[in-house]
Design a binder for this molecule. Structure first.
Ligand SMILES: [Zn+2]
Length: 269
């Protein structure tokens, strides 16, 4: 404010913006650098008291997030929000037959209700991940709330499976590509608690995702519900590198079939 005696000092520090510097490729997200403010010296005209120039001593730095896990010619299958009593057992049957490991991210709602399916997934060698307890948007809740969500889910796994998981997938869009500081900030909490955060850049809800999987260049995330599960399995089955060849035994529903036809992955019969 003009005339503020301490104004120049207040302007010396330049807060970092909301942007995020993403580096690397893959779905494993790790915060490499946390935001730091920049500092500058201000040149003030003594007669007018106006700022006439500035010299930066250091620039403000945003979050730097490293992406890891990219591996050419490999597809990682991950499933969120299940288990679904109808589809997850069928998915597990296919994965078992093809000896293809996957990762399942559960929250409390279905993870507790259908815990026998969770136990089966774990027993058959799949990874079990934390997807929070009540599935909130963690960029909109307090850090205490996030910690409670993580802790309760861990206690659920401990009571049901006798394990503690290290994988965490945040609910909602922040897992896709956290592109603002507000979206990255809650991941500081999960990282500080020892979790490895797994993103969701590709989902089977788009033809582009299926085409990308077909080119064998990425991982794929889906949900244990009819529509998405059969898309995923069909996409994986048509991927030449995937171990799940033959997985089309699960017939895609009409919606998925239409999508696969659009992508050229199913005929029009
Ligand atoms: Zn979810």
């Amino acid at each position: 404010m003009p005339g503020d005696a301490g104004g120049a000092d207040k302007l010396r520090s330049v807060p970092p913006g909301q942007d995020v510097d993403m580096e690397g490729q893959g779905e494993i997200l790790r915060i490499e650098e946390r935001p730091t403010p920049g500092t500058r010296d201000l040149i003030i005209d003594p007669t007018t008291n106006l700022i006439t120039d500035e010299n930066f001593q250091s620039l403000p730095e945003p979050y730097r997030v490293g992406r890891y896990g990219y591996s050419p010619n490999k597809v990682a299958l991950t499933f969120d929000d299940g288990p679904d009593p109808t589809w997850t057992p069928k998915i597990l049957d296919v994965l078992k037959r093809e000896q293809a490991p996957a990762a399942f991210f559960h929250d409390r709602t279905t993870g507790d209700k259908f815990s026998s399916i969770v136990e089966r997934a774990y027993r058959e060698g799949h990874e079990i991940g934390n997807h929070t307890f009540t599935h909130p948007d963690i960029s909109n809740v307090s850090s205490t709330y996030v910690k409670v969500e993580l802790n309760l889910t861990e206690r659920l796994f401990a009571s049901r499976l006798g394990i503690r998981t290290v994988l965490f997938r945040p609910p909602y869009s922040i897992d896709e590509e956290p592109d603002t500081a507000d979206q990255v900030r809650p991941l500081e909490i999960t990282q500080d608690q020892g979790f490895t955060t797994v993103g969701t850049k590709l989902t089977p809800a788009t033809g582009a995702a299926i085409r990308t999987v077909r080119r064998n260049r990425s991982s794929l995330t889906c949900w244990d519900t009819c529509r998405h599960a059969c898309q995923t399995i069909s996409a994986a089955a048509t991927s030449s590198c995937c171990m799940m060849a033959g997985a089309t035994a699960l017939k895609p529903c009409g919606h998925c079939r239409e999508l696969l036809m659009v992508c050229g992955l199913a005929d029009s019969r």
